[in-house]
Design a binder for this molecule. Sequence first.
Ligand SMILES: Cc1cc2nc3c(=O)[nH]c(=O)nc-3n(C[C@H](O)[C@H](O)[C@H](O)COP(=O)(O)OP(=O)(O)OC[C@H]3O[C@@H](n4cnc5c(N)ncnc54)[C@H](O)[C@@H]3O)c2cc1C
Length: 400
Amino acid sequence: MIDFSFTEEQLMIQKIARDFAQKEILPRIRDLDRAQTFDRSILKKMAELGLLGLTIPEEYGGVYCDYITLGLVCEELEYVDTSLRVILSVHIGLNSLTLLTWGNEEQKKKYLIPQAKGEKIGTFGLTEPNAGSDAVAIETRAEKRGDYYILNGEKMWISLADVADNFIIFAWTDWEKKKKRDHSGISAFIVERGMKGLETATIHNKLGIRAGNTGSISLTDVEVPKENLLGEEGEGFKIAMFAIDQGRYTVAAGATGLIRACLDWSVKYANERKTFGSPIGYHQLIKEMICQMAVDYEVSRLLYLKAGWMKNQGIRNTRETSMAKYYACEAAERAASNAVQIHGAYGFSDEYPVERFYRNAKGAQIYEGSREIHKIIQADYALGLRIDKPLRCNLPPYKG
Ligand SMILES: Cc1cc2nc3c(=O)[nH]c(=O)nc-3n(C[C@H](O)[C@H](O)[C@H](O)COP(=O)(O)OP(=O)(O)OC[C@H]3O[C@@H](n4cnc5c(N)ncnc54)[C@H](O)[C@@H]3O)c2cc1C
């Protein structure tokens, strides 16, 4: 049976996200983007609305909704600006759902509950100056000394690095395995702001997501209590891949919202702007671009909703989530480029939001698995070169 309808609860939370983004953020997003400023008051408001605890069970402080709802919210947030959706991608997708699934009870009580309530913000530190797509190339090291792990290394391009309170950090606990590129030597740690030796810095002058915060994390002899090891020693790579399955889902849903924004702005402009005696929407070459956006929106939406449905059932969805992320991000960049084109010279300035959409869309072809990495993943599945093995931990099915 296939049911394409949404529940009342899904629609209600979607509306909360839509009202918040359109009433509170839309009127000032251009100024925030121009100022390249992350407005921390946005987090407070999102916390009040329960948006920072979506999909996290009530016993851990969250607003327990399903993964379809999470997708719908991401779509509404990115309809206004990518920087809003990124908050959910890292705080919920990469961090909180990872704590929920891989954390022990003490870790969930200490870190997940305040995160789900929005009192603390979580992010995810895998990428380094010399390691992005090739995660096994990370150089951060964690040496066990007594009751602590001593972490040394540098993380780069970390969303909300300068804003977050808690970080999931990946590091080698077995340096010998690094030499053999054996990822079973990588472990994951919960690191807190305030731990001596941890410093963060903001990266300025990015192409896009200028109203968001992206930064670096420097770890110098950071003493992390052994209780903050997430999962077992050597499970870090698996944990990172699990986290990325959730982060990619939010990116796919968000990119779908960006396509819808491009479509709506383009349709409005195509009906108003006239050339050669008629609205430009009457010209077939403009229709072609509008058609592409409309179809891409529907396809992207179906792909992420299918992945969300699989998450609700607790079914492994790495392939479907990767496909949804890959398709939606390609389509979003295409839609944004065409939206600028339809707006002509006006699209080339920030008088209209489409140039911001274009700059923001480019980022999603790079993070959470670049375009090329997703092409390889999809081809490998199709060729039978990649077959998913069961994970020790799978996303808990939705039981709401
Ligand atoms: C705005 C933003 C936010 C981010 N947030 C986070 C975050 O919160 N946490 C985090 O850990 N990271 C984050 N990242 C980092 C992101 O995940 C990496 O940038 C991404 O994994 C790509 O790595 P790289 O930039 O080092 O590029 P590289 O891996 O060096 O790749 C460079 C180019 O080579 C291509 N390439 C690489 N390998 C292959 C191959 N085998 N075949 C074909 N082509 C290949 C890539 O597709 C790319 O085009 C963020 C990045 C951005 C831009």
